[in-house]
Design a protein around this ligand. Structure first.
Ligand SMILES: Cc1ncc(COP(=O)(O)O)c(C=O)c1O
Length: 432
């Protein structure tokens, strides 16, 4: 086996053969033995239109036949990238004005940080460079984005250059609130802790705060009531930019186009990927405000170039597929569809909440989570047992320790959601 698997134990992979998927069918994937699975995590929170959308395949085929590749460097570009940039700027929160394409979420986040540094150098604030990121955050596997990620397993053994990162509290009301504390009180407390941390570290050294509107890979942690309003007040007070990492939450996942719309977040920079192309082609994007653009455009003009670019950024085939994806979202009225499905997901989760072994459930749009009661003295083993039982039942989802994280394709039907709930019920019962 020539593959070195991401986020896997290589020794384990030597003895346990990986599950090889060979085909997609709506919300299902089929393995090489013909077994079919509902993928209630859309792969990695990304295959929003399922695994067999023919229009996306056709868009790729047509663009490959017309112009399979050209770049956007040094005064050239391609039509799909131009159209897509206008479209994402149009859909994104009003504060954002320009779009830069990369291929992965990690690259989009790395660029966000480079832009923040460049912007502050341009403003003559060369000491204002550090970035606040939270516990349980996932921002990618690049050198900078992994540094921002708040999971130890992404840092262990890698010596990441993360001295630029200041780690803030995660907004996990269920686990971290004090007895009797309301969600709003918890949010205010986190905001005042952040304020104190900024004062201690020195606002003049801190450039930006990065956050996922809903923490995804860290366990589908929903922001408590008032959280984003309180955090934004603190950041504004200290002239700290807000980077919204919407790589999971973008494009209807929350029932709004972006998590920023769902939580009234006004970002200076936003990163998007995954559902941008329903994951059919690798494409991501870093969006920046006009205020930042004007400063970095002048700075780059002095140097006669903006010195960043990647060969496949704005790839015409990926951009054509993304354009077709956005067209489909608009035709299906994706936000309305997710809002109506969200009610059924919430009901389904509530029906599981009473099961033995379930600690709590939560959801927003088509993101859902079930926290299982951890086994005595052993974290993650209960989660693994249920995941194995679910796999036998033909159900895949994202396992985060003892949390079951759900993010089904946005094309899921009510009946399919009920089927997901039934398979989860069986898996939880059989692993109890
Ligand atoms: C919020 C967030 N940011 C960044 C990334 C990194 O994206 P990629 O894996 O495409 O590099 C991810 C991936 O899951 C993510 O969830």
């Amino acid at each position: 086996m020539g593959l070195l698997f991401p986020f896997s134990d290589p020794r384990g992979a030597e003895s346990i053969p990986p599950l090889v998927m060979v085909e997609g069918d709506g919300i299902k994937v089929i393995d090489e033995n013909g077994k079919s699975y509902i993928d209630a995590a859309s792969g990695l929170w990304c295959a929003s239109l399922g695994f067999s959308n023919k229009r996306l395949a056709q868009a790729a085929f047509d663009q490959m036949n017309r112009l399979p590749y050209y770049h956007s460097f040094m005064g050239r570009t391609v039509e799909p990238a131009k159209l897509l940039a206008d479209k994402v700027v149009d859909l994104a929160p009003n504060s954002l004005a320009k779009a830069f394409f990369s291929c992965s979420g990690s690259e989009a986040v790395d660029l966000a940080i480079k832009i923040v540094w460049y912007y502050n150098n341009a403003r003559g604030r060369s000491e204002k460079k550090r970035v606040i990121a939270r516990e349980s955050a996932y921002h990618g596997s690049g050198v900078l984005s992994a540094g921002l990620t708040g999971m130890n397993y992404c840092h262990d053994g890698f010596d990441l250059p993360d001295a630029f990162v200041i780690r803030a509290h995660r907004p996990n009301y269920a686990l971290d609130a004090e007895p009797g504390e309301t969600e709003i009180e918890f949010s205010k407390r986190l905001a005042s802790l952040l304020d104190a941390q900024i004062q201690l570290e020195g606002a003049e050294t801190i450039a930006a705060f990065i956050g996922e509107p809903i923490i995804g890979s860290g366990g589908a942690i929903l922001p408590p009531e008032g959280y984003w309003a309180e955090i934004q007040k603190v950041l504004n007070r200290h002239d700290i930019l807000l980077i919204a990492d919407e790589i999971i939450t973008g494009f209807g996942r929350t029932g709004e186009w972006f998590g920023c719309d769902a939580y009234d977040i006004k970002p200076d920079i936003m990163t998007i990927a995954k559902q941008l192309s329903s994951a059919y082609m690798p494409i991501s994007c870093t969006l920046i405000s006009d205020k930042i653009y004007q400063v970095i455009a002048d700075f780059s003009h002095e140097k006669q170039t903006f010195g960043h670019g990647i060969t496949y950024g704005g790839h015409p085939v990926a951009a054509a597929v993304a354009l077709e994806t956005l067209k489909i979202y608009e035709e299906m009225d994706v936000c309305a569809q997710v809002k109506s499905l969200a009610v059924h997901l919430e009901q389904a989760l509530k029906s599981l909440d009473e099961l033995p072994g379930v600690a709590r459930v939560r959801s927003k749009g088509l993101i859902g989570a079930i926290d299982l009661v951890p086994d005595e003295g052993s974290s993650g083993t209960h989660g693994q047992r249920v995941a194995q039982a679910a796999e036998q039942q033909g159900l895949l989802y994202r396992v985060v320790g003892d949390t079951i994280a759900l993010a089904p394709p946005l094309i899921i039907t009510v009946e399919e959601l009920q089927e997901v709930a039934q398979r989860l019920r069986n898996a939880i019962a059989s692993a109890a």
